[in-house]
Design a protein around this ligand. Structure first.
Ligand SMILES: C[S@@+](CC[C@H](N)C(=O)[O-])C[C@H]1O[C@@H](n2cnc3c(N)ncnc32)[C@H](O)[C@@H]1O
Length: 477
């Protein structure tokens, strides 16, 4: 296998990525890939060879340790079912250039939007779940970093004072007393230990005093998630809460553990982590090309430019306008988040899409609202839209559910047609175990140009199997 980093090697999309870091055991990315391909008997696999020829790597992205797969804002908040950002970057580099406009109609946690902006591409996302939209906006809007730092430090200091008072430390007569907060949410009362719940409710009560409310909500939501009365190894899909103080054998820590009772250490950890992730992404965006080609020379000016705007389909808010950074000759790439149903949500007038990069929900796999139940309970102003989810878990995986799913996804792509350039490329990532996508393409009037199959190494403690995920490349017929 050629070494993509050798100076004489031809540039591949992979060679343009930030190089993979060595693992803790000292293995290089290249060595990890070789071991993975040998172990999974994939070295001669036809799809793997095609991926290497097209992208410079097999697309497993095994080269990248966890911290690189969750770099900067990609780990601002946990989200089940997100892209590996390097996968998005490889496709954007291979098929698009800076100044292009890219849409993700199932934006999830915003991976495509973040990666597009990092490459100087304008990004739009449609996403049904209001909490996901809050997270995407918090990641992608421009921040006043000194103010953010001050606000995050201040909220942390206040929750710390509040907790110290509860432990009888210090004399802080102006603060409400722990125990003075109550919530009618049966979920929060059952899933969070009393001490942590008091801290969480106190923190929630002070958020309206600050400007960076979205990021403070992200910190709070992340803390609430970590403080749930669940085993430490089961944060993603816990079935029922433990009792406060209930001991259990922890698979993650290999010892007897108790669920979390005090949230302060999480407030501290996530406060610091949030600020540094936002700072890192802001620096990265400042270095992103503006109006210059990334992988190829430029041939088009940005279709739209501007700051972040969230438009709610139901509330008919306006279109984003060009907005340049002070002192910058060319504006940064824009980012627009539309909260709504991708079957019906219109894109802003004047947008012309060069491409789509997306991973739709699949049939009966993940309940996208329920995975953030704690956030919806904490922020009742965020209205759940479960009834409009495509492929909801509640409908299962039956043939009938599959047919409904095909019709729904085809509707989404048909809805996008007025905004697609004739040359637009649409990439859809799906573990299409029921073989639904070729027919979806036909139903949506799309031509299947090619399909890439990417080996996905399972990384859970109990499973090491490899499966293949498909990336369908569609264009207009
Ligand atoms: C597989 S996830 C996308 C994850 C994303 N690629 C990422 O990296 O974060 C699919 C997303 O589609 C959203 N979704 C489901 N039904 C939708 C609909 N009708 N309109 C818009 N979004 C929808 C879900 O809320 C979920 O966030």
């Amino acid at each position: 296998m050629p070494d993509e980093r050798h100076p004489s090697a031809p540039a591949t999309p992979f060679s343009l990525l930030e190089p993979p870091a060595a693992s803790q055991t000292g293995l290089t990315g290249e060595e990890r890939r070789r071991i993975f391909l040998n172990d999974a008997a994939l070295a001669d696999n036809v799809d793997v060879r095609k991926n290497i020829a097209t992208f410079g790597c097999d697309l497993s992205l095994i080269e990248f340790p966890e911290w690189q797969r969750t770099k900067h804002v990609h780990r601002l908040h946990p989200y089940l079912g997100k892209f590996v950002p390097q996968l998005v970057e490889l496709f954007l580099r291979r098929f698009f250039k800076s100044g292009d406009t890219i849409l993700d109609p199932f934006a999830g946690s915003g991976t495509t939007l973040v990666e597009a902006n990092a490459l100087g591409m304008n990004a739009l996302g449609i996403e049904l779940s209001p909490f996901n939209c809050l997270v995407i906006e918090a990641k992608t809007r421009r921040h006043d970093l000194p103010l953010l730092s001050r606000e995050v430090a201040d909220t942390f200091r206040r929750v710390e004072d509040f907790s110290r008072q509860g432990k009888g430390e210090g004399l802080l007569p102006l603060l409400p007393k722990p125990g003075s907060f109550t919530t009618e949410s049966a979920y929060l009362n059952a899933w969070i230990a009393p001490e942590a719940l008091q801290q969480i409710l106190f923190y929630r009560s002070i958020i309206p005093e600050y400007r960076n409310q979205d990021l403070l909500k992200v910190i709070l939501s992340r803390t609430a998630r970590s403080c749930r009365l669940v085993p430490h190894y089961d944060l993603a899909r816990p079935k029922k809460p433990l009792k406060p103080g209930e001991e259990y054998y922890c698979v993650k820590h290999r010892r007897t553990c108790e669920p979390i009772s005090d949230g302060l250490k999480y407030f501290r950890r996530y406060s610091r982590d949030t600020v540094s992730r936002i700072e890192e992404f802001d620096r990265l965006r400042d270095r992103a090309p503006r109006g210059l080609g990334v992988a190829q020379p430029p041939s088009a000016v940005p279709s739209i430019v501007g700051g972040v705007s969230t438009r709610r389909e139901d509330r008919g808010m306006g279109t984003s306008r060009p907005q340049s950074q002070p002192g910058a000759a060319v504006p940064h790439a824009s980012c627009t988040v539309l909260q709504g149903n991708a079957r019906t949500t219109p894109l802003p007038e004047g947008v012309l899409l060069d491409g789509v990069f997306t991973s739709p929900p699949y049939v009966g796999m993940i309940d996208y609202h329920e995975q953030h139940r704690y956030a919806y309970e904490l922020f009742p102003e965020l209205e759940r839209r479960d009834e409009s989810e495509i492929g909801p878990m509640s409908l299962g995986k039956s043939k009938k559910a599959q047919r409904a799913y095909q019709a729904d996804i085809a509707t989404v792509f048909r809805n996008l047609r007025p905004w697609l350039k004739p040359t637009a490329k649409l990439f859809v990532v799906a573990n299409d175990r029921h073989g639904l996508y070729p027919a979806i393409g036909e139903m949506a009037g799309l031509r299947l140009v090619d399909t890439f199959h990417r080996p996905v190494p399972m990384r859970t403690e109990r499973d090491t199997a490899t499966y293949f995920e498909s990336i369908f490349w569609f264009e207009l017929q």
